[in-house]
Design a protein around this ligand. Structure first.
Ligand SMILES: Nc1nc2c(c(=O)[nH]1)N[C@H]1C(S)=C(S)[C@@H](COP(=O)(O)O)O[C@H]1N2
Ligand SMILES: [Mo]
Length: 590
């Protein structure tokens, strides 16, 4: 096949794939955003990729990791689509089988997401059907090139049998009687299909392929119009038609994709959220003490804004949970199973507490941590009402999207302010932080405690159930480790000789911070000054005045919690139960 031919073929394949994915999006407005092939397959990938890779993605792209995944999937998909286009010119059935294989993957992904029903297959089916149709249009249907710019096989004169006596042979002519039957098109091309990580697109039986039939490479050599290189000249009219239709289809696919996403967004719950008026807490949070916030540039504020709050979850599209139909079912090893509505929760006495949430994936010095004022119902009260069995040592929080966390029952009943939260910093929970209801448990990493979009609490035993991250290599238990961070100065700052304020945050939720020390260039540990904090459940700010001298210096920090334990120097990766080590910043002073 000539290079030109390959380019056209690749364009046909990419256009077909774009139409498949683009059209699937408005269909998914009806069946739910998680049934869109890109999102469904992306979700499977998120659940399946090894932790190290996920951590790499978080390291590289931070909280833009999901966008990175979608873009990466899109690029990968484009590559496969181009390949399918090229295969389709060799034999239409190959290209269609490729699309069908991706369709099967899309359907399988959508159907295996938790809470999926049969309708979730629809976006991938419709997308693949139309993708197949587009491929046919370009390769063997009305939009095809006339003729495809073949490099002629050697010898240049093709087998007499396949060349009609006169006139150009439409490549669409049924050439090989032995071509695959309709049914076989659903089969993935065996050796030619590397497992595609992120694709949609099956072929519906209704596919309009039969009239064209597969084209073998040897067949459609046009008897006339051979160029100097031996390749057939493409009829300019047909080339114009090919390129125009491809442009129009790509534009349509993009519009359908973006339009679908936009519509899905409008069908979201932000209007329902805006309409909510949260009751005042019966037990308000203690006021933030004066001086808790040192208000230094570069230093994280004591209270993190909702917009500035880190977001970590496995959800490629943010679950849209209608508060009116939301239910929380508490069941399992309980005396009496109970179900609560959103109104039930708001009618109860609410408490408001500052709690600093931290992610186990936070590296030493990282920013996957934030402090907010949470409004909610004490989980202890709800558990008391269902009367857990004595041996139910684990409470599994389950989100609408099937994600789970396993929290020690004891941590929810030992008197700490574990909340079933409905509010964050005076507002209903932001949608991406778990609206309408999430868990917040002081002292435990988010992955074992902070279930967002929670709809189920199941009393069970650690021996009986592993929550989402456990089989993926993370620890069953996730108490937050004592940590400290230097926020200012940063390595890139230009410092001048003389007094410099070194400051940061330290945390040991539910134990509290007793002391923070700083040292310069392996010198003596110096006592930092601790700002006041609301409670042992939040981080504290600390600062230390340094008389900076010219040269390069290494600044280090370590914290001691209220039990007297000092944070270890030993560095440990975030897996399996949180990073350890001292945060170190190297600065240059002039
Ligand atoms: N439904 C759901 N809840 C979840 C997660 C998730 O992936 N899905 N991730 C958890 C993790 S690992 C953390 S650190 C916190 C983060 O909460 P945030 O995004 O509100 O900061 O949410 C927890 N709750
Ligand atoms: Mo996390």
């Amino acid at each position: 096949m000539s290079t030109t031919s390959r380019r056209y073929a690749a364009l046909a394949g990419i256009t077909a794939a774009a139409v498949a994915i683009g059209i699937a999006e408005p269909v998914a407005v009806l069946t739910g955003p998680r049934s869109a092939p890109l999102v469904a397959v992306g979700g499977v990938v998120v659940d399946a990729v090894p932790e190290s890779l996920k951590q790499l993605a978080i390291d590289l792209f931070g909280t833009a990791d999901k966008i990175a995944l979608l873009v990466g999937t899109g690029l990968l998909l484009g590559g496969f689509a181009a390949l399918f286009g090229v295969l389709a010119v060799r034999r239409l059935a190959f290209g269609l089988a490729g699309i069908a294989a991706f369709g099967v993957i899309g359907v399988a992904a959508a159907l295996t997401r938790s809470g999926a029903d049969a309708a979730d297959a629809l976006p991938s089916l419709v997308g693949a059907g139309l993708g197949g149709l587009v491929l046919w249009l370009f390769i063997a249907g009305p939009f095809e090139l006339d003729p495809w710019p073949w490099s002629p096989p050697t010898p240049i004169v093709p087998p007499a049998a396949s060349v009609p006596p006169a006139g150009p042979v439409p490549p669409a002519a049924p050439v090989s009687p032995a071509g695959p039957a309709l049914g076989s098109r659903a089969e993935p091309p065996s050796a030619a299909s590397p497992t595609p990580e992120g694709l949609p697109v099956p072929v519906t039986p209704a596919e309009p392929v039969s009239p064209a039939g597969p084209v073998t490479p040897a067949a459609p050599v046009a008897p006339g119009g051979q160029s100097a290189t031996g390749a057939a000249e493409v009829d300019p009219e047909s080339r114009r038609r090919f390129l125009t239709s491809s442009g129009v289809l790509l534009g349509t696919a993009l519009a359908a994709g973006l339009g679908g996403r936009w519509l899905a967004g409008r069908r979201g719950v932000s209007a329902a959220r805006d309409a909510i008026r949260l009751p005042a807490p019966v037990a308000p949070a203690a006021a933030v003490p004066a001086g808790a916030d040192l208000s230094l540039a570069q230093l994280a504020p004591y209270v993190t804004s909702n917009l500035g709050f880190y977001r970590i979850d496995t959800a490629l599209v943010v679950p849209q949970v209608d508060p009116d139909s939301w239910r929380l079912r508490i069941h399992g090893r309980v005396g009496t199973e109970r179900t609560y509505t959103y109104a039930d929760l708001l009618a109860r006495p609410l408490v408001e507490r500052y709690v600093t949430l931290a992610c186990v994936s936070n590296e030493v010095g990282g920013d996957l941590i934030g402090n907010a004022r949470w409004l909610g119902v004490p989980l202890r009260e709800l558990l008391d009402e269902v009367e857990p069995d004595a041996d139910a040592d684990q409470v599994v929080g389950r989100s609408v999207d099937g994600w789970t966390c396993g929290t020690p029952t004891a941590a929810l009943r030992d008197g700490r302010d574990a909340l079933l939260a409905v509010g964050m910093n005076g507002e209903p929970l932001p949608v991406e932080h778990g609206f309408p209801v999430r868990m917040v448990v002081p002292g435990l990493y988010g992955y074992v405690s902070a279930c967002k979009w929670v709809t189920e609490l199941e009393l069970t035993r650690f021996a009986d159930f592993d929550a989402y991250w456990v089989p993926r290599g993370w620890s069953v238990q996730g108490p937050i480790k004592t940590q400290s961070r230097i926020d200012t100065p940063r390595g890139r700052n230009r410092l001048t000789t003389g007094p410099v304020t070194i400051a940061g945050v330290a945390w040991a939720q539910h134990r509290g911070i007793r002391q923070v020390e700083v040292r310069v260039d392996d010198g003596e540990w110096q006592q930092a000054e601790l700002a006041p904090a609301v409670s042992v459940d939040t981080w504290v700010q600390w600062s230390w005045r340094w008389d900076a001298t010219p040269g390069e210096h290494r600044l280090q920090v370590r914290a001691t919690d209220a039990t007297g334990e000092t944070q270890t120097e030993r560095t440990q990766d975030v897996v399996p139960d949180g990073a350890t080590g001292w945060h170190t910043v190297t600065v240059t002073v002039r």
